[in-house]
Design a protein around this ligand. Sequence first.
Ligand SMILES: [Zn+2]
Length: 277
Amino acid sequence: MGRRGWLGVAAALVLSAGPASAAELPIVDAHLHYSADAWDMLPPEEAIRILRAAGVKRALVSSSSDDGTQKLHAAAPDLIVPELRPYRRRGEISTWMHDPSIVPHLEDRLARFRYVGIGEFHVYGADADLPVVRRMVELARQHGLFLHAHSDAAAVERLFRQDPQARILWAHSGFDSPANVRRMLERHPNLWCDLAFRSDHARSGAVDPEWRALFEAFPDRFMVGTDTFAPERWHYVARHAAWSREWLAGLPPELAERIAWRNADALFGAFPTGRGQ
Ligand SMILES: [Zn+2]
């Protein structure tokens, strides 16, 4: 689809979700990417407009390459919370952990820009102990950053073994079952979970009972996210926010607020830009 057509669709979706009103639950979107193939189709100002229209008050963004994150951050420093993706381009998802040139790339970006976390990165099982991954964990520790891991439970365990003080945001809650997510949260007080790109926790606007029990047992650990892994996914930012408000409305208001934005806000902290600095 040409740029104009695509933007037309995006605008229609924003309108169909309705403009965010002051009464609406704010959302912190904890899983966004603004990667190179989105830049022409959706200029930074348009992406920011989509986020604001959706009532997103802060957005955790990582991109392939990181230039995408910096473009968005420059356009809206009050809204965009940057995290550093190890990837310089698409296609490094399954190779980066074997590529020593990732390390100087991370060091260079960390020296030049401010971030709240390193990720989202993809690593599974024993690969989490490869030297490039170990060095990344070390860099996160040195810079006081959390890790945003798209990983299975085995890799998360290995990351915590490398740095027991690490803070880990588990992307997609590992696409794991509520029972396994519970087991991990019980074991690791520094583990948070995003619910990006999964819908099993809420069907037809109602929270699944097993997930509900998990949210109630761990009210401080969950957050929502759209996951714009492809440019077209930016269509869903407004819809995702509206859908999140719908199922969160079935929870006690205080718990809904925590999952909608307070937990993410607490994990990201008072990121300097847009916070009086
Ligand atoms: Zn992602």
